[in-house]
Design a protein around this ligand. Structure first.
Ligand code: SME
Length: 150
């Protein structure tokens, strides 16, 4: 099963309409995205809880590391640079943090609020190599902007 992004975006918009609680929004998006595509083996948020530090938020899948400093991992790179990290081979990414040894590829998107401040990152891991596309990044990025920057 691969994600039907039009339906996924409409479902998330309907489920999150009028909601402003970030944990409720993150939990809902994580659930809908995780179950939308067989490529997605771990799906979740890391929240900026203090300058330079990420702490785990709602997620689905196996164990997720609890704390990630901005200078570490793919998640740290996304938070530090504010840029999408599309990683076809995690073994080739310097400083990749392996919360699960089965992960082969990864996509991490910065999450911004209405002021443009990075408040979290959205992380998806796959056990398949080179699993993610630019379209995944673009569509999921638009969903996150619609929900967190409104
Ligand atoms: N691999 C991430 C850490 C989080 S796990 O994927 C859930 C990283 O390198 O930042």
């Amino acid at each position: 099963m691969t994600a039907d992004y039009d339906t996924l975006a409409k479902t998330i918009a309907a489920l999150t309409e009028g909601e402003t609680d970030q944990v409720a929004l993150m939990a809902t998006i994580t659930c809908e995205v995780h179950h939308a595509d067989d490529r997605f083996d771990w799906t979740g948020f890391y929240r900026v809880t203090q300058p330079g530090l990420l702490k785990i938020g709602p997620y689905q899948g196996g164990h997720g590391c609890l704390v990630i400093p901005f200078d570490r991992g793919v998640c740290g790179a996304a938070a530090r640079t504010g840029e999408v990290q599309l990683v076809p081979d995690v073994e080739a990414f310097p400083g990749h943090i392996a919360c699960a040894t089965s992960t082969r590829s990864e996509l991490v998107l910065p999450v911004r609020d209405a002021s443009g401040k990075v408040i979290a990152v959205f992380d998806i891991d796959s056990n398949q190599p080179d699993a993610f596309t630019d379209q995944d990044a673009t569509v999921l990025g638009a969903i996150l902007t619609d929900v967190f920057a409104r």
